[in-house]
Ligand binder design. Structure first.
Ligand code: PBG
Length: 330
């Protein structure tokens, strides 16, 4: 005769904190974080972004100060997004090619002051166009593929010449990774990486970002002819396969949390470095829940960021990067 007891008690290893720590399968460190920053014209300028509470645009001098802080916290990489003055936006987005544009000045200043931090630059024309699209549009507003790729090559070379370490095309044009890769090689930038926004969905979660780069009010229509339909997963695998074949060093899935299944499938299928972008709308949702008294910020930040690692991501772009790195240091 024996007492009825479970053959195995999974609660046994959960009973004490030391044991939970010992058995944890996934860990998050500051080295998993990429911090997106918005750049403003001027000096000593900090402009809070209303739809992204806690996030500001900073002028180049203040970006440098932020970069120093991030580096001290062990954050390996920053992502830059410029808020181009309205007077410099045009239908063809030519300011993207200006070697002295806001983006290039920020890259040079940060590389000069903090050479050991990586800089990822977004390649797409939306911060520079008067219509808010990521590329050149025809007379009916359709975004032209091959003509856009030509400009994106120029934008990439401009960023690489300023010192960008990772070129991250977020435009979703066909064929841009291969064209950009060979242009980088031709210009001697063989060690400049490409992180392809490979599976980027046409998403309702980008609203606050468009406020931050000043493109929300300008955008005519939507981005559904180039960004992916959120109902599709197999198409994401095809996008990733193409970008890898064209020479991408790593791939990104975007947005983040609603697309963890995509991140996992990409990792399992291709076994390459996968990054996720926890986008502006996701950040705003967490902050709104905190403001409503419905959630604990610290716990939500650590849980959501760890979930990306558990899904197979090498790292995460997140507006909570500094907050998370501070929590992890404590
Ligand atoms: C631009 C770009 C967008 C984001 C990153 N790069 C917006 C868009 O595609 O409209 C969104 C990031 C975020 O919401 O945090 N090509």
């Amino acid at each position: 005769m024996h007492a009825a007891f479970p053959a195995l008690r999974l609660r046994r290893t959960r009973a004490a904190d030391w044991s939970r720590r010992l058995h944890r399968e996934t860990t998050l460190t500051p080295a998993d974080l990429i911090w997106p920053l918005f750049i403003a014209e001027g000096e000593g300028v900090e402009e809070p972004i209303a739809s992204l509470p806690g996030v500001s645009r900073w002028s180049v001098d203040l970006i440098v100060a932020q970069a120093k802080g991030a580096h001290a916290l062990g954050i390996p990489c920053l992502a830059f997004f410029p808020n181009t003055p309205a007077s410099l936006r045009s239908d063809d987005g030519r300011e993207a090619l200006n070697p002295d544009n806001l983006m290039c000045r920020a890259i040079r200043a940060v590389k000069d002051a903090v050479p050991d931090i990586g800089i990822l630059t977004d390649v797409a024309l939306d911060p520079y166009t008067a219509h808010g699209h990521d590329g050149l549009v025809d007379e009916v507003g359709y975004v032209l593929n091959d003509a856009t790729v030509e400009v994106l090559v120029g934008q990439s070379l401009n960023q690489a010449a300023a010192g960008a370490d990772i070129i991250a095309p977020s435009d979703m044009m066909d064929g841009r990774i291969g064209t950009i890769r060979s242009a980088l090689e031709g210009a001697g930038h063989s060690n400049v990486q490409i992180m392809a926004y490979a599976a980027k969905y046409a998403s309702a979660f980008y609203g606050p970002f468009r406020d931050a780069v000043g493109s929300r009010g300008l955008l005519k229509g939507d981005k559904k002819t180039y960004q992916m339909d959120y109902g599709n997963a197999e198409e994401a695998l095809r996008e990733v396969a193409l970008d890898l074949a064209e020479g991408a060093d790593s791939v990104m899935v975007k947005p983040g949390l609603p697309y963890l299944d995509i991140a996992r499938r990409v990792k399992e299928r291709f076994a390459v470095p996968v990054f996720a972008y926890q986008v502006s709308g996701e950040y705003a949702m967490i902050e709104a829940a905190v403001a409503a008294g419905a959630a604990d910020r610290d716990a939500m930040v650590l849980e959501t960021l760890t979930a990306f690692k558990r899904a197979g991501c090498s790292g995460v772009l997140t507006y909570h990067a500094v907050h998370a790195a501070r929590l992890l240091a404590a």
